[in-house]
Design a protein around this ligand. Sequence first.
Ligand code: TUI
Length: 312
Amino acid sequence: MKTRITELLGIKHPIIQGGMAWVAEHHLAAAVSNAGGLGLIGGANAPGEVVRKEIRLARELTDKPFGVNVMLLSPYAEEVADVVVEEGIRIITTGAGSPEKYMERWKEAGIMVIPVVASVALAKRMERCGAAAVVAEGCESGGHIGELTTMTLVPQVADAVEIPVIAAGGIADGRGLAAAIMLGAAAVQIGTRFVVADESIASDAYKDRIVKARDIDSQVTGRSHGHPIRQLRNQMSREYLKKEQEGASFEELEYMTLGALRKAVVEGDVVNGTLMAGQIAGLIDKRESCQDIVDDIMAGAGKLLSGSQFCI
Ligand code: TUI
């Protein structure tokens, strides 16, 4: 399936892996790229030198294009912004903010910048300052989210900008890809389904929670202080919400979740860890390789879209 995004990024399939903190490291990124999608290394809260190492390790595992996600709330965002240039990265996505202050630096280095946006206003601003595309991410996504759903955000962003739009949030199969194309997107970004991939280093316990999740098993914490995070319900999310309802300060809540994502992903602590995952977790019922995931999505979408005028 050729779209404006497959042509722009030089990839076979219009599937981009989310830049998930702790999960999106070199094994997963390389496996998604080798499967014909675009793998991403998630910079998350990692120092620049850690990201540099991840980039070099990914290069040993794939000769296909892959990118780096720069998480703009990271205390290391500035040094990661330099590392991606020094390492010759060609594709950057950004999350959790506006990358305006890095745009000139990245564009001068010939990098395609693809900001994740949660509103039409930010999408337009990103187009004006030279973004190559945008990811329009709905609040069905796991992790840090905006307000709008994918169904409402994607067509409004697609109408507002000329650059290609990548849909994210609530997409895990061929139906999701086909629907995204119908809404005006030229590709999808997928997170939760790749967390359970064989090549994902996420703990068995984390993967099991996603595979067993039902439709209603995610909830959003942190709305009261403006950092909403979608995750699967567990003791941690319940305690957090209770404290939040009791009016706990931002600092107290932050302290509570310090290192909690690592606990879930790396240590497999699904009781005290933060189990970031999207609403589509209920649809995901097995572990498989990235190649099988990509092939399944493409086969499903191919059937639905055959003869469609929406692909190029
Ligand atoms: O960034 C994400 N998802 C994430 S980042 C993350 S790590 C984290 N840890 C603690 C606190 C916060 C994050 C876990 N999940 N997705 C991309 C995304 N970006 N979703 C929403 C946004 C967004 C929201 C508002 C981007 C820009 C924005 O406004 C910026 C502006 O200046 O208008």
